[in-house]
Design a protein around this ligand. Structure first.
Ligand SMILES: *[C@@H]1O[C@H](CO)[C@@H](O)[C@H](O)[C@H]1NC(C)=O
Length: 299
């Protein structure tokens, strides 16, 4: 009887592992930056099966650049690996934490094509990129490596979200948590959005679509519970721009810059075309609106 109960418990544990959602985590600020490590820990605590695959060095602003990874000519950022380390490597205490000495796009591809089969036995269910140190609003999406990596994942058929936060500067994961603790706040908000999206039916996003999420400054928004979430546009509409999805009493979404710039604590969630890194069609916006309806509100 006792051993039968143990067997049931073990089987239950195995099933819950196999049902976990598989996530590749990446960024452009580098694998040892505090934001990405805090989010990694939050996602693991929330029950996700996560593998981190991000640049060995800060590769901010490198867009969709891509090049074969090379041996480290200097130490990894924040001395997180020694000079002369191999082109790809992992943390000695956790093989799920991986660097790639190249660009964000190269790193996320290594995560999807090489690490995911090893850890998940197949492709990930979703890619989360960031949270980036600093906002990625409007035309900045064109040069952001955080957005570049998310768009690469989508091109490989994996739904992806790019997260960026206005507050902070680059600090290593072993540094003391800053005050206000923006890495923790942004990680909680990122996990909330990921939870909402991945609790909907697959596909989590329409083909060719990524989400561009921006968190406002934490200077007067000092806990995750103070934030609300608003569907937005990446770029301003011009007179010829087709209508957006109808919501909040209008067929024109606010720009993400205006959402995060509004007094209060508003997170912008824009629906992007991974090819153009520009706004998606109203039909794709409508799919995202419906999936995230429990989370979204109006300004
Ligand atoms: C993305 O934009 C390209 C170029 O305009 C277009 O061909 C493609 O259909 C768009 N993808 C989606 C999912 O709307």
């Amino acid at each position: 009887m006792r051993s039968f109960k143990s067997l049931v418990l073990i089987l239950g544990a195995l099933i819950s592992v196999s049902n976990a959602i598989n996530v590749v985590s990446t960024n452009d600020d580098g694998w040892a930056e505090q934001n990405i490590r805090v989010l990694f820990n939050d996602l693991v605590a929330a029950g996700y099966n996560v593998v981190l695959s991000a640049p060995a060095l800060d590769k901010s602003g490198t867009g969709s650049s891509d090049a074969p990874a090379t041996t480290l000519a200097s130490a990894c950022e924040f001395n997180s690996c020694p000079k002369g380390s191999p082109a790809e490597g992992s943390d000695a205490s956790n093989s799920r934490l991986n660097y790639v000495n190249s660009f964000p796009v190269t790193s996320v591809r290594f995560g999807i094509q090489t690490l995911s089969p090893q850890f998940f036995g197949g492709p990930p269910d979703i890619v989360v990129s960031g949270p980036n140190v600093g906002a990625n609003l409007g035309s900045t999406t064109q040069i952001s490596g955080t957005v570049g990596a998310a768009c690469e994942a989508v091109k490989e058929g994996i739904p992806a979200i790019a997260f960026s936060g206005s507050t902070g500067s680059q600090i290593g994961f072993t540094a003391a948590a800053p005050s206000p603790n923006y890495p923790s706040i942004y990680a909680t908000l990122s996990t909330t959005i990921t939870n909402t999206l991945t609790s909907t039916a697959k596909p989590f996003l329409p083909a060719g679509i990524f989400l561009n999420v921006n968190f406002p400054s934490t200077s007067s928004c000092t806990s995750a519970s103070k934030f609300s979430f608003v569907l937005s546009r990446i770029n301003s509409a011009s007179s010829g721009t087709p209508a957006d999805v109808s919501t909040c009493g209008t067929t024109r979404l606010p720009t993400e810059s205006s959402v995060v710039g509004t007094k209060g604590c508003f997170v912008s969630i824009s629906v992007g075309n991974a090819t153009t890194k520009d706004d998606a069609t109203a039909a794709s916006q409508a799919t995202v609106l419906s999936k995230l309806s429990s989370l979204l509100s109006c300004i």
